[in-house]
Design a protein. Structure first.
Lengths: 582, 310
């Protein structure tokens, strides 16, 4: 957009967009108008049609009905190349860079085919652009060695170098650390200050309120509301959030709050403070947000600075420090009875993040959180416990029995369960029916297989029961599981792992990529499981989630447990410090 | 060591170049397809089509260069089918590749049977283009510097392709098409067009290799005469890790194994011919065992690209 044009002229407007896929209407009569100088947040649950809508702007799909006009003219965007030519740059959730090429070569992709890439000229332009928007990128480094946040910056740079006027960020913050997300927020502000239009797709309410100038909400493929800049500026954060929650779920946020505060007595300390607006908002510890939400709670946290001597002790055998006047029944269990899961001096080899000397105990009925920034060994730890990778040293005991030498199936049968975060990869076989996926870890075992022959009736009965018990929404139990939504696949995984004689369940990032309602349902399942006597190990990168659910929180850093704390008023501060290595 | 006489060495090196050249062209071609993410199993069929077509054109026209051109065209035609099915229509590269190879084997054998089975015509030796001074050198002179033009052109392909891969946009696009096709698409380059160009180039190279085999190597066409050369090309491409020069070394090594049989007969060594003929294939296995772990393949190799799928 040139400076001569009036500032309010839309860059791109989509009118009456309808897109159908076999069996699903992804978008129905959706309007979206992007203006220069605005961060336009597109908010909605999983499956609300956000990605489909911007996919049409990015040239990945064509609308079945409706028009897209760019700079006032109706245009057809039939390939990503056309989208770029129209000045629409997209940063997808999954990196769209070639990992084996350098940053520079990635930026050079797409020139005339026979020509030598003008590397020197490109470096100069890149440097200038970096200076303008205040980021640093080494042009010669291979993309595969960059972090996700850095890759995103390269993708944004690429869009800018190609003269994009509209920048679409699809779930851009989903894979970033809180710090990375904050940096991205700052970068977005600088970009809109240059007159770009930014579309931020997210399902995190706090991000929408923090970064957005204008918020559009999609539900079930339809526009259900828009909050313009003036309205957004006039509302305070809480009323803005209430309004969004009402639009997104068609419910009042207060009912959500009640559900969220339906916690076990152990968490009384949390509810005795000014109640959070909803469980879902505090997903990123942005200072802005914290200031509004939990004045009282943070003041409390600050008053109790971590006593380091008591906290930085990786051994589970050391007595846990107790919060002032709180009775934690879980800690009493810990002290009183034998652990359901006990890990001692566990070491695991791994080229990326070896585990060293991990010792932990989890009591029946207890939820132990594993906090830490992603990639600090959580996955290796979970896999070692589940039997998916060999252990170099140390012991794993389940109810006092050594299970370190057993294979996955044997541990599963004994009640050691693992809910993976890689739902479609190692969690399920996408093409298999739901019913088979529900017995995936028992293939060949009775009563579902007898003498090698599959007992379909037994499998189906089992599946129908779990579908009802765990509220899995599927057209049929024979539907391939890959066709279900992320939330329902997670329900199926939970059903499989919690069913039967589960003793210890490892939940690896169980709510990642889920929308608010599914995430809440998942957390409720975890609490219910613990209430019924299961020892739960909750691995999460979301500190708020851990604080809301766990009895104790262990912190993992660089393949080690650097401390275990009780989840009391001081936990936030202690865990935060240990996570970052402060 | 009476074995390493000048006649023996000359025969060995000459044979290595003659037998290795089709492998070189096949390997370079396969390398380009694989770089772009297409596992071109149909390359054997492309070579065979090139061998037959090249021979036919050369025999009818009396011109070896025209014959080579015909062979390149036939290889390109088979490759066009491969591109249509595997790239445009996104069918399985393995199944289509095997089908094309079998079809080419059957069709060329049938056509040969109809046309030449009574006469088995031979082509005259190709005219050579001796390079002054260099061609007078012992051993390597006759093997390398007194050869038809196509030999020099094929060797020139090695540095040319190296430059293409390293220094052009097309080279970047090829690598991106094999490693992260969705990223290439997002960068605004047509993935299917890039891959089709690579597959067509493979067909032209492999077809030329086949034609060379029939017209210059053997001077006649025999059904199934490529005898796995295309598959050796696949092995070379996988072991070369994207470097054209390595394809050259590999092709010469295998070519030397193939020519050992002839060279040993020249000096009259008495080894059963079955053993000698086994050497190249034993060499393939030995090389695979020794270096197979070092093969590195593009991430999206063998996966058809469809936009919007993850």
């Amino acid at each position: 957009m040139t400076a001569a044009q009036p500032r309010r002229d839309p860059l791109v407007s989509m009118r009456g967009i309808t897109k159908r896929f076999p069996g699903v209407t992804a978008n129905e009569n959706v309007d979206l108008v992007l203006r220069p100088g605005e961060v336009h947040v597109l908010l909605g649950e999983n499956g609300a049609g956000k990605s489909t809508l911007v996919g049409m702007l990015a040239g990945l799909q064509q609308p079945d009905a409706g028009t897209i006009s760019i700079g006032g003219r109706s245009e057809r965007i039939d390939s990503p190349g056309r989208a770029l030519a129209f000045g629409i740059g997209t940063v997808f959730q999954h990196s769209m860079l070639v990992p084996s090429l350098s940053v520079l070569d990635n930026l050079a992709l797409g020139g005339s085919w026979w020509r030598k890439p003008d590397r020197a000229g490109l470096v100069a332009r890149l440097r200038e652009m970096c200076r303008d928007i205040g980021i640093e990128v080494d042009p010669d480094v291979v993309v595969g060695s960059l972090s996700l946040g850095e890759r995103q910056q390269v993708e944004i740079l690429r869009a800018l170098l190609r003269g994009s006027q509209v920048l679409i960020l699809d779930e851009a913050t989903a894979m970033l650390t809180p710090k990375g997300a904050e940096d991205l927020g700052v970068l977005m502000r600088r970009l809109v200050a240059r007159g770009l239009g930014v579309v931020l797709i997210t399902h995190k309410l706090n991000e929408a309120v923090t970064y957005g100038d204008r918020i559009s909400v999609l539900r079930l493929g339809r526009n259900v509301g828009e909050i313009g800049p003036t309205a957004l500026a006039s509302l305070d954060r809480k009323s803005a959030t209430d309004e969004i929650v009402r639009l997104m779920f068609g419910v009042d946020s207060r009912s959500t709050t009640e559900e969220a505060s339906d916690r076990r007595d152990a968490h009384a300390i949390n509810t005795s403070n000014p109640p959070p607006v909803s469980e879902e908002q505090p997903e990123s510890p942005s200072p802005l947000w914290r200031g509004v939400r939990g004045e009282g709670r943070d003041a409390l946290t600050d008053a109790f600075l971590c006593p380091p001597t008591q906290v930085f002790q990786p051994s589970p055998l050391t007595p846990l420090h107790k919060g002032e006047g709180n009775s934690f029944h879980a800690s009493e269990i810990c002290a009183a009875c034998s652990a359901a899961l006990s890990v001692e001096h566990l070491s695991v080899d791994d080229p990326l993040m070896p585990l060293a000397d991990i010792s932990l105990r989890v009591a029946p009925g207890e939820i132990l959180g594993i906090a830490g920034i992603d990639g600090n060994g959580q996955k290796q730890f979970a896999e070692a416990l589940a039997g998916q990778r060999p252990v170099r040293a140390g012991t794993i005991r389940l109810d006092g029995h050594q299970v370190g030498q057993l294979d996955v199936a044997a541990r599963h049968a004994l009640g050691l369960r693992y809910v993976t975060d890689d739902r479609l990869g190692e969690g399920t076989v996408a093409a298999f029916p739901l019913a088979i996926n529900l017995v995936l870890k028992e293939i060949g075992a009775r009563p579902f297989w007898v003498g090698g022959w599959q007992r379909s009736a037994t499998i189906d009965t089992h599946a129908r029961k779990l579908v009802a018990d765990f509220d899995i929404r599927t057209p049929d139990i024979q539907t391939p599981i890959g066709k279900l939504s992320g939330g329902n696949i997670q329900r199926a995984l939970l059903a499989r792992e919690l069913e039967g004689p589960a003793r210890v369940v490892i939940f690896a990032k169980p709510t990642s990529g889920l929308d608010a309602q599914n995430a809440q349902a998942t957390r409720r399942r975890i609490r219910d499981a613990a209430a019924s006597g299961v020892a739960a190990l909750l691995i999460s990168t979301d500190l708020e989630e851990l604080l809301a659910v766990c009895d104790r929180i262990a912190v993992m850093r660089q393949g080690r447990i650097v401390g275990v704390v009780l989840n009391d008023g001081m936990a936030r501060q202690c865990v935060g410090e240990m996570m970052s290595g402060a | 060591m009476s074995l390493f006489t000048e006649p023996f060495l000359t025969a060995l090196v000459l044979g290595a170049v003659t037998a290795g050249l089709p492998l070189l062209l096949a390997g370079l071609g396969e390398q380009m397809s694989e770089r772009a993410g297409v596992l071109n199993v149909g390359i054997e069929g492309m070579m065979l089509a090139g061998a037959y077509g090249g021979f036919l054109v050369a025999y009818r026209s009396g011109s070896i260069p025209l014959g080579l051109f015909g062979g390149a065209t036939c290889g390109g035609l088979v490759a066009a089918l491969m591109a249509l099915f595997c790239v445009r229509l996104a069918l399985s590269q393995i199944v289509v590749g095997i089908a094309l190879t079998l079809a080419a084997e059957g069709l060329t054998a049938l056509l040969h049977h109809v046309q030449f089975s009574q006469t088995y015509p031979r082509l005259p030796a190709a005219a050579t283009l001796p390079i002054p001074l260099l061609s007078a050198m012992p051993v390597v002179g006759p093997a390398l510097f007194d050869r038809p033009l196509i030999v020099y052109l094929a060797l020139a392909c090695v540095p040319a392709l190296s430059r293409l891969y390293r220094e052009t946009h097309f080279g970047l696009a090829l690598q991106a098409a094999g490693d992260a096709p969705a990223a290439l698409d997002a960068a605004g380059v047509d993935v299917l067009r890039t891959r089709m160009a690579a597959v067509l180039a493979t067909g032209v190279l492999a077809g030329t290799g086949g034609a060379f085999m029939a017209e210059i190597g053997a001077g006649l066409f025999v059904p199934f005469m490529t005898n796995g050369a295309g598959f050796i090309g696949i092995v070379l491409a996988m072991l070369a890790r994207g470097r054209p020069l390595w394809v050259l070394w590999g092709a010469l090594l295998f070519g030397m194994c193939l020519s050992l049989a002839t060279a040993l007969q020249v000096v009259g060594v008495d080894i059963p011919s079955d053993v000698i003929q086994m050497i190249p294939f034993a060499a393939v296995m030995a090389v695979l065992v020794a270096f197979g772990r070092r093969a590195s393949l593009p991430a999206a190799l063998g996966v058809p690209y469809r936009r919007g799928e993850r």
